[in-house]
Every structure is written in C-alpha cells, then in structure tokens.
Design a protein around this ligand. Structure first.
Ligand code: AMP
Length: 374
C-alpha cells in the first residue's frame, strides 16, 4: 500500500508538535508552515518560516510534501485555497470555511438535523436589541470569527449590557446565543479515513476555568445510551456531510429534557483537539496518530481505551518534571510561561475511577494546575 511519507502541517504549535511525533514511527516526516520563529513543532519537524500571504514560500512548502493538513482552523482561506490547487489538503478547505465562522457552523449543524443553543446573527444596522427579542436574556454575544478559549464573547443579562456589548465588539460580526443550562460539557473526537470509514473515541467530559479547558476525563462517567447513540450519529453524519478526512472534534453541551438527556452542539474543531490529548497514553491509537494515518492514506488504528484517563492542562506555569508523581505522564510544549497560556499537559491512566481520582488529587498543588472539586 502506498501512502504519503512527507506531510505538511499549517501551523507549528503544540498540536503540530504532537502530530509530528506521532508521524515519526510511521516513517512519515513532517514539514510545518509557521510564521513564528519559536514554534513548538520545530523540534520535531522541518520549519518553513514564512507568512501565509507569501505565495512563493507556500509553493516551495507544497513542493516538499505529498499531502497537507493543519493544526488550527484560522488558517487564512486564501492560503488554504491556493495550496489546494497544488496538493491534496485534508480536511478540505470547505470544512475550514464552515468552522471559521460560528454562524456558518451553527447553520451547518442544524441543517444536518442536530441541535445548538438558540442563535441569531446580529444585524449591525439594526443593533443587538432586535436580536434579543428573538433569543431572550440572558444571552451570550460571540464574535463570529477568531474566538477561542472564551475570548471574543460576553454575557448579556440586561439591555444596558447589550448596548455596551455593541460598543465593545463594534466593527465585528456577532452572533447572539441563548445561555444553555447544561449538566456538563462533553466532546466527541471522530476520525474519518479517505474511504469514508468513521470511528470515534469514547466521549470525553471537560471542565473549564476562566474559559480555558483544565481537565478532561475519558471515558466520561455515567453516559446515557441515548447520548452514546447521538454521539455516533453526529460523528458519522457530520464527517460524511463534509466529505471529511482526519479528526473532527464536536464540542457539546449535555442537557436534561423531560425525555432524557440530549446533546446540543456548541462548536466544531476541524482538527485534533486539546480534549483528546489523553489518547497518547490512554488509547490504543492516539488522536494524533489516527489523524496522520487518515490524511496520509493509512488505515485507522483501533480507538479502544487502555484504561480510564485524565488530562490536566498546564496553564501559565510549568512544573518541574521531577515533582510530577510517578506514573503521571508529562508533556511540555517548549513555550515560555505566560498567564493563560497552555504550556503543557499531564496524563493519568488508571484501572478505575477511584484510582484515577486519587492520582488526579496528587497533581492538584502543581504549578499550572487548576482542578474543580471532584
Ligand atoms: P466557546 O468559545 O463557544 O467554546 O465557549 C467557551 C465556553 O463558554 C464553553 O466551553 C462554555 O463553558 C461556555 N459557553 C459558551 N456558549 C455557551 C452557551 N450558549 N450557554 C452556556 N455556556 C456557554
């Protein structure tokens, strides 16, 4: 079987670092295209350092690789569209166009028959109050583009706050969403190969603090069969609708209804995802390896878990690896510590929940760790 042995990745952050590390044992070399000099992935991949506006360097990059993927969804569409004329690019740019814009994303998801929070685009000529009539307060205003880790969004409880939001977010396209009263946040990591076969990892339970993911548990405990069935349908239908190749992450709210629990989709990420980092040690095949396999034309590896896992993000501060409890895996991203910055993560794999919780507690006091009460 032939497969691509030179893989291009747009972006050179920690996701590219972990993709490249997963590619090496498969005999695949990675090339990153990344404007920043101090890219985490440069330690494990060839670094093409240039801007996304430079067609000449994009062309040289494309000539060096057999297939192209990306580690973040805000790749300028002009660069992705240009590269698509030179080499296969997965997931295809259509997925980027949809996932770069919260309005397109929600319209796409609802067209496929899935639910989201109530939403409406804010018409800048009419202002936010007309949209509030449709959504009702409290609501959340979000910029349609470039929002991540809770950035570019504001809660609105009163009409006065709504007017303030219009001032704060002036000049940007906005959507307004109803506030969802969720029981927890779950993510689905699906991966589809070039022949249209889709598998998904166990559902993941995610805990955030100050808008940033802090802790993921996989498999999420106490998942209702209705939720498992919905997750299967989402993984299959959404990847099929996009003719998708690679990892697609579906971020969801779990909500209680009189008919039982259900999932609302909050966001799609057309890439490997922070909530899937546990899979490096916690799954038979990691999300990174399966993404590389899918885009390079190799069969997918099994996604069965090796135990029950926790992933703890290291935010803003870096612990000394010597202080990390034995048996807990540490991954550092070779980034300087700054407030709010993801600089690494820890993974714990245990035989049962009681043992997992005990090991999570041992990490609570480490620098960079924030944990909810468990
Ligand atoms: P986002 O940038 O859309 O991923 O949102 C970041 C976080 O804000 C989510 O993980 C939720 O915790 C919260 N959030 C976002 N949208 C809503 C909503 N419509 N209702 C309630 N919480 C939300």
């Amino acid at each position: 079987m032939t497969y691509a042995t030179q893989l291009g990745i747009l972006g050179g952050g920690q996701l590219a670092q972990m993709l490249a590390m997963a590619a090496i044992p498969l005999g695949i070399r990675c090339h990153i295209y990344e404007p920043a000099a101090d890219a985490p992935a440069q330690h494990v991949a060839y670094h093409h350092q240039s801007s996304y506006a430079q067609q000449a360097t994009l062309k040289i990059f494309a000539e060096r690789v057999a297939v192209i993927t990306y580690e973040f969804e805000n790749v300028p569409s002009t660069a992705a569209d240009y590269l698509a004329t030179l080499k296969p690019i997965h997931p295809q740019p259509k997925a980027l166009t949809i996932c770069q814009d919260r309005l397109f994303e929600k319209q796409f998801v609802t067209k496929q028959g899935f639910m989201t929070a109530p939403f409406t685009a804010v018409d800048p000529t009419k202002g936010v109050s007309q949209s509030i009539d449709k959504i009702r307060l409290p609501a959340i205003a979000k910029t349609r583009r470039m929002g991540y880790d809770g950035k570019g969004q504001q809660r609105i409880n009163t009409l006065t706050e709504a007017y303030q939001v219009m001032v704060d977010l002036a000049g940007q396209d906005i959507i307004l969403e109803g506030v969802v009263n969720f029981t927890r946040e779950l993510s689905i990591i699906a991966v589809r190969d070039a022949h249209g076969r889709t598998v998904r990892y166990p559902l993941i339970e995610n805990h955030h603090h100050q808008g940033i993911l802090r802790l993921s548990l996989a498999a999420a405990p106490n998942v209702h069969p209705l939720i498992e069935a919905q997750a299967d349908a989402m993984a299959k239908l959404l990847t099929n609708a996009l003719d998708y190749v690679g990892v697609l992450t579906i971020e969801c709210f779990e909500v209680m209804t009189p008919n039982g629990p259900t999932l609302l989709i909050n966001e799609l990420a057309p890439r490997v995802h922070n909530s899937g980092h546990w899979s490096i040690e916690g799954s038979m095949t990691s999300q990174f390896e399966n993404h590389v396999r899918a885009v390079c034309g190799l069969p997918l590896g099994p996604v069965a878990p090796r135990g029950i896992s926790a992933m703890i993000n290291l935010i803003g501060d870096i612990p000394n690896p010597a202080d990390v409890p034995a048996g807990t895996f540490i991954h550092l991203y070779h980034k300087d510590a700054r407030p709010g910055r993801k600089v690494g993560h820890l993974t714990i794999v245990a035989r049962n929940m009681a043992s997992l919780l005990r090991k999570i507690e041992e990490c609570r006091a480490l620098p960079g760790v924030w944990l909810p009460t468990l």
